[in-house]
Design a protein around this ligand. Structure first.
Ligand SMILES: Nc1ncnc2c1ncn2[C@@H]1O[C@H](COP(=O)(O)OP(=O)(O)O)[C@@H](O)[C@H]1O
Ligand SMILES: CC(C)(COP(=O)(O)O)[C@@H](O)C(=O)NCCC(=O)O
Length: 320
């Protein structure tokens, strides 16, 4: 492609692309500096996340989100004034999508920690969509136990009801909880959302509008409730590697717990662990990525493109 064709392609793309260098400069006027305690908190989330990554990628992102939340809060004030002060405060909702093991939950927790430092939105709650998976008993009844994470394994109706309740300003809204240890929904536990300033909803499925190639029967989508959405992206060969590495870590940690659903994996040799993780990756997670997750990428408002070592190399922001 010649130079002119490249710039034409960019002109018609719905996204503006930033190299890491360009993106990090957008943090320049952020008054926020990271304090020792913030760093400790971020390392508590994931000790492998480097300070460079936080400063170059996540601080500019938190600045952008702060501006967007502030603009929405101003719009809300305008509507409130127009209606004669009858409205209730409703949370700003951010969706985070991407493959299993791409780093959605780490990204969500970093963003939660950084956003809660801004005075106009200190209360930031995090909800994951795994709580909205059908319980194992129901998945078994439907014969789809091997399809966990695929669109049909979620109670999407319930997820949409949850979001509708949060967005209508209901004072207390409950979300169900999934345990990776039990590999099932824990019916005795709930996450309680009490009108926070921001809700981050993280999960594979948050930008989906179809089940496979068939449009969903409901004409309302999870993403209809989002004020902003992020897709965490990386080449499949890297995500596969991260999935296998995480499986090895779990073999030495969580799987050792006799209560773990996958306790039997704790005694696998390295070669067996590699083969088992590769098989689960190929049969379930890679398939789901190709068929149901990757096609939702262009629907996001912002895409984080990761490379080796989870380093974000490029950021794409949707033009308004
Ligand atoms: N920014 C990052 N830097 C280093 N390691 C990361 C980063 N994000 C995620 N990881 C690692 O990658 C793996 C997958 O991350 P996780 O957040 O659990 O993914 P997901 O929620 O998408 O399944 C984990 O082992 C995690 O420690
Ligand atoms: C629970 C998950 C479906 C992820 O759910 P999410 O929070 O993204 O909705 C996934 O982590 C999972 O367990 N998949 C099943 C295959 C596997 O064990 O990797």
């Amino acid at each position: 492609m010649g130079q002119e064709q490249v710039s034409n392609a960019n002109r018609f793309s719905p996204f503006i692309s930033f190299s890491r260098k360009e993106w990090r400069q957008l943090r320049a006027s952020t008054p926020l500096l990271l304090q020792e305690e913030d760093l400790a908190r971020l390392h508590g989330i994931n000790e492998r996340v480097s300070l460079d990554e936080v400063e170059d990628v996540y601080l500019p992102l938190s600045r952008l989100l702060n501006l967007y939340v502030g603009a929405t809060q101003n719009l809300y004030e305008a509507t409130h004034e127009f209606l004669g002060h009858t409205g209730t405060k409703v949370p700003y909702i951010i969706g985070i999508a991407g493959s299993v093991a791409v780093g959605k939950s780490t990204t969500a927790r970093i963003i939660q920690a950084l956003l809660s430092r801004w005075p106009n939105h200190p209360k930031v709650d995090l909800v994951t969509t795994d709580g909205f998976l059908f319980p194992n008993a129901e998945l078994e009844r439907r014969g789809i136990m091997h399809r966990k994470g695929f669109p049909e394994s979620y109670d999407t109706r319930r997820l949409i009801q949850f979001l509708a309740d949060v967005k209508s300003g209901k004072p207390i809204v409950e979300a169900p909880v999934y345990s990776h240890l039990a590999y099932d929904i824990v019916s005795s536990e709930k996450i309680v959302v009490r009108q926070p300033d921001i809700v981050i909803l993280e999960g594979l499925n948050v930008l989906q509008t179809t089940v496979g190639h068939v449009p969903r029967r409901m004409n309302i989508f999870v993403s209809d409730f989002f004020d902003f959405s992020i897709y965490v992206d990386a080449p499949e060969r890297l995500i596969r590697q991260w999935y296998i590495t995480r499986f090895f870590t779990l073999r030495q940690t969580a799987f050792r717990n006799p209560e773990s659903y996958f306790h039997r994996y704790a005694s696998l040799t390295d070669a067996e662990a590699e083969a088992t993780a590769s098989r689960i990756w190929e049969d379930i997670n890679a398939k789901n990525l190709r068929e149901n997750i990757l096609p939702t990428k262009p629907r996001a408002q912002l895409i984080l493109h990761k490379g080796e070592g989870h380093r974000v190399q490029e950021v794409q922001l949707r033009k308004i």
